[in-house]
Design a binder for this molecule. Sequence first.
Ligand code: ADP
Length: 265
Amino acid sequence: MNDLRIPILFSILTILSVLSFMYAIWVILRQKQVTDLQTDFINNMTHEFKTPISSIKLASDYLVNNETIVKDVRLKRYSEVIKEQNSRLNNQVEKVLNIARLEKDQFKLKKERIDLTDFVKMITAQEQMKFDFQKGILTNHLPTEPIYIMADRLHLTNVLSNILDNALKYCQDSPEVQINMSADARMATILISDNGIGINTDDLKKIFDKFYRVSTGNRHDVKGFGLGLFYVKNICDAHNWNIELDSVVGQGTVVKIKLPISHTA
Ligand code: ADP
């Protein structure tokens, strides 16, 4: 009987290693399936949504500039509506695509050296139109000198415009938003403050969670996916930037981002 113990022990160990090997293969195959599904999703979404959106954009650009249409007030308004709504649709599709790309393993930042002072100036000018449209005020207080950081230009644009869009969306009556930027020897700090509805402490803890939205009650009926701040947080983490939100219900919210300065060209 003693003679049999060792072969039995070896057989059990062999069976256990084969089982764990099979389990590992199964996990790898499953992960590959998920990655393939994500790749398919991004490709399909790009093709099925972005292609028609681009065609509508071309056509509506033509319509809003067409002399015959411009003369007819009603037709002019209709073509402007098509253009505006198409651009809104494009923004939403971009948001979903950004999240899908973010969750795919191959997500890589294309970092370059950027003058943040100049960049924030440009974003303020870009966002100004949206604020004008909603009779809001957007101001900035920036350093006079260039402040360099390493960042992915596209994602940095998305981060700042997501935060500014929220400041405009979750406002009370007339939105007033300030962008303040300062820097010391190591870090640049951007503060984006609004005078909006604010966020309570419990919601603030979950604000970066995927799909998290503050339960609105009767306070506001602004629509969204709850993906904006999830994306913002992921991009900040990927760059090693620190992001925090401070908020007082009924008074407003301050978003603070700290970014390491790049000293070498
Ligand atoms: P979405 O705006 O699409 O719902 P976000 O992830 O950008 O998604 O924001 C999550 C939630 O955080 C929002 O639903 C809103 O309730 C709250 N929120 C975000 N920014 C602000 C802000 N500046 N003021 C008040 N509430 C905000």
